[in-house]
Design a protein around this ligand. Structure first.
Ligand code: HEM
Length: 126
């Protein structure tokens, strides 16, 4: 196995990850609550991860902000983020190995932890 090196690698990773997510216990956030348009969401996520891992592009979305409305529809709890992370790490380990693959796991973990905390705080303050 090789490291995550190209935009094409990111596409493979992101596609395989959301294939798992869709049929997992956190799938309802995407399928039922947000009713995600995958044709739009996936390309957005390619750019997001390219900006996080390669810094060759700038992501102009709002990674934290996008989740508050979803958190209002159904609480996004710590265990949901644990499932998200488990699937992300599993998808990486099934396809890639190396420094960037490791950093994709660490960075996701940091963002997921911060996001879980922010969602919990938003619920407490509402
Ligand atoms: C339980 C965990 C999570 C759930 C259920 C979830 C769900 C969602 C949903 C439903 C959307 C909106 C899609 C749309 O309407 O097009 C979204 C957007 C997004 N998510 Fe998550 N997410 C989770 C965790 C994360 C984590 C940990 C990250 C980053 C490492 C992340 C990054 C993003 C980004 C970058 C967007 C697009 C933001 C934008 O539109 O500007 N998500 N997520």
């Amino acid at each position: 196995m090789e490291d995550i090196k190209t935009t094409h690698d990111i596409k493979i990773l992101v596609n395989a990850f959301y294939d798992k997510v869709k049929t997992s216990e956190i799938g309802f956030f995407f399928n039922d609550l947000a009713q995600v348009n995958w044709k739009k969401h996936l390309p957005k996520m390619y750019i997001f991860w390219e900006s996080v891992l390669f810094a060759t592009v700038k992501f102009d979305g709002n990674p934290m902000g996008a989740h508050y409305p979803i958190n209002e529809m159904a609480a996004m709890e710590k265990h949901h983020f644990e499932t998200w992370l488990k699937l992300w790490k599993q998808t990486i380990d099934e396809n890639f190995t190396g420094e960037i693959a490791d950093s994709a796991k660490t960075k996701a973990e940091n963002i997921a932890n911060l996001m879980a905390y922010k969602m919990e705080m938003a619920r407490k303050l509402s």
